[in-house]
Design a protein around this ligand. Structure first.
Ligand code: 2DT
Length: 189
């Protein structure tokens, strides 16, 4: 955004379907920035280390059941509880690379049939990313990579719906990187 002073860190968000390569690429980007001498941290949402995060983790591993709207709000709360820390890190010059953020929140919940505007509402007021990298992969290709971990959302039919939700969400500010060019594209950043 325009008022970002040079000393402020950047908020970089990676988004995409399960098995699109986000985690690998987040790690690479983190190491790359550190190699250049930048102060950078790698974050991920859900952050399963907090008590809200533990409720989310238990839901994702099918150990608990929750109403669709209740879990949606927990995912959002999990971002809100980290907002102050995120802001102070960015202000102190640290760049934060985040593996999933609000877009995952909206894409996954709206894929269940929840209204998109309702899903967006609790995200209002969270820090806006400076850059969103969307790692684009056809759901069928992602499924071929194997290694779906057996969590709640990790099956092809649902991932197809999430893919449609992401398509409805993304705007001109996103950088879309096709899965076959991910490595090449990120090296040029
Ligand atoms: P990981 O496999 O990346 O840990 O994600 N999810 C994630 C949501 O439904 N809402 C959210 O707000 C976020 C951040 C995506 C676990 C799963 O949780 C989904 C996959």
């Amino acid at each position: 955004s325009g008022d970002r002073s040079d000393s402020r860190g950047a908020l970089v968000v990676l988004e995409g379907l399960d098995r699109c390569g986000k985690t690998t690429q987040s790690n690479k980007l983190h190491k790359y920035l550190e190699g250049l001498g930048h102060s950078a941290e790698l974050w991920r949402f859900p952050d399963r280390t907090t008590s809200v995060g533990q409720m989310i983790s238990s839901y994702l591993s099918n150990q608990s059941q929750l109403d669709d709207r209740a879990i949606h709000l927990l995912f959002s709360a999990n971002r809100w509880e980290k907002r102050t820390l995120m802001e102070s890190k960015l202000k102190s010059g640290t760049t934060i690379i985040v593996d999933r953020y609000s877009y995952s929140g909206v894409a996954f919940s709206s894929a269940k049939g929840l209204d998109m505007d309702w899903c967006k509402a609790p995200e209002i007021g969270l820090l806006a990313p400076d850059l969103v990298l969307y790692l684009e992969i056809p759901p069928e290709k992602a499924a071929e990579r194997g290694g779906y971990g057996g969590e709640r959302y990790e099956h092809l039919e649902f991932q197809k719906k999430v893919s449609k939700s992401y398509q409805a969400l993304h705007d001109a500010s996103w950088k879309v990187i096709n899965f076959s060019f991910v490595d090449m594209a990120l090296k040029k950043l």
